[in-house]
Design a protein. Structure first.
Length: 187
């Protein structure tokens, strides 16, 4: 490996860590009810899909989700557990997905599980979301569990620009496609 190849590998690792940090910091804003600050993590023309609300294009449109709907919560009563990132970097763009568990405690104790499918872009040297789709798997009261009550109603959202891209709640057997080929089979 020559010095140029080594430099590219180091840059790719640094980019990967920056994208992970972006996502962690974004989730931290949600957990701490800093919804206006969370919007800073998006490009102006980003696309967001939250729950089953449909697709909203442009920060002006989807900011209503954060500043009106989510901001109605005055106290911190939920938390996100985010892990298993799979991220592919391609120069100044990246794609990835994360498994997310959300725990709500008001008005009832609820469990939510799903996946954030994301696209990222480096804008003026800083990584940002250009797309964030939340694909819900289950949402259920803690007492009932996801086997007995796999899906509750959804959060009302402002008018969407497009229909939801994936609404296949547990136990449908549907899996949102991955953004990459299988690392062993290549399929």
């Amino acid at each position: 490996m020559n010095l140029d190849e080594l430099g590219k590998r180091v840059r790719a690792i640094e980019d990967l860590e920056e994208v992970k940090k972006l996502h962690r910091d974004y989730i931290s804003c949600l957990d701490n009810l800093e919804f206006k600050k969370a919007l800073d993590f998006f490009t102006e023309d980003a696309e967001v899909e939250v729950r089953f609300s449909g697709v909203m294009k442009g920060k002006v449109n989807f900011s209503r989700i954060y500043l009106e709907t989510l901001a109605q919560r005055k106290e911190r009563h939920d938390g996100h557990l985010v892990g298993q990132p799979v991220i592919t970097i391609d120069g100044d763009t990246a794609r990835g997905h994360w498994i997310v568990y959300i725990f709500f405690s008001e008005p009832t104790i609820d469990w939510v599980q799903g996946r954030n499918d994301c696209e990222y872009v480096r804008e003026n040297g800083t990584w940002k979301f250009s797309l964030l789709h939340w694909n819900n798997t289950f949402c259920t009261p803690f007492e009932d569990g996801w086997l007995n009550m796999p899906l509750m109603g959804w959060m009302p959202m402002p008018d969407a620009d497009a229909l939801p891209t994936a609404f296949h709640p547990y136990p449908s057997g549907y899996h949102v496609p991955y953004h990459y080929k299988h690392p062993v089979t290549g399929k």
